[in-house]
Design a binder for this molecule. Structure first.
Ligand code: SME
Length: 171
């Protein structure tokens, strides 16, 4: 049995992220099941960072991104590469921070209460296999610190993605 997670960490954002990364390393453990790993990651982020109103994953399927494990309200199921913040980040292969989603022309509003968003693409061997998406009901909730730590978090998951990609034709 891996370590359980008790109360969410308190304190400044950076210390919460550092503790979250440590908890995640322990939670992920040796089990390579991708969906289980992503589900626990989304649950941990939602628990530890309450300013995320929605947090989860989209997984690549052909030219689309399909919603995967997440925490929050029901979300758009399928997003084509190139559409919305998610599809743009996937095409650009870089993290996008949107301080005010109403100023992002192609933003897809799964939740009308969402005000800001961050999307971190996940690459394996040069291909985008999915992405981490987080929304907030607070304007400008995400900054370079979120980018730095969420990219570290995605790096922890990359091996799980790689093993799944190698063993299946579809995530
Ligand atoms: N807002 C995203 C869609 C996904 S939801 O936020 C969960 C976008 O514009 O791609």
């Amino acid at each position: 049995m891996e370590q359980t997670v008790g109360s969410p960490p308190t304190g400044e954002k950076e210390s919460v992220y550092k503790e979250t990364l440590q908890q995640l390393e322990s939670l992920l453990g040796e089990d390579d099941d991708l969906i289980a790993s992503l589900a626990n990651t989304a649950a941990l982020l939602k628990l530890n960072i309450p300013s995320m109103s929605w947090v989860g994953f989209y997984l690549t399927s052909g030219d689309d991104l399909i919603v995967g494990p997440f925490q929050g309200k029901p979300a758009c199921i399928r997003i084509p590469f190139g559409s919305g913040v998610c599809g743009k980040a996937a095409n650009l292969r870089k993290t996008l921070i949107v301080e005010d989603v109403s100023s992002f022309p192609d933003h897809i509003a799964c939740d009308p209460k969402s005000r800001s968003e961050i999307v971190v693409p996940i690459e394996v061997d040069g291909s985008v296999v999915g992405l981490l998406d987080a929304d907030s009901e607070i304007y400008g909730n995400f900054d370079e610190m979120d980018k730095y730590y969420l990219e570290q978090l995605v790096a922890l998951l990359r091996e799980k993605f790689r093993k799944t990609v190698e063993s299946r034709s579809r995530l």
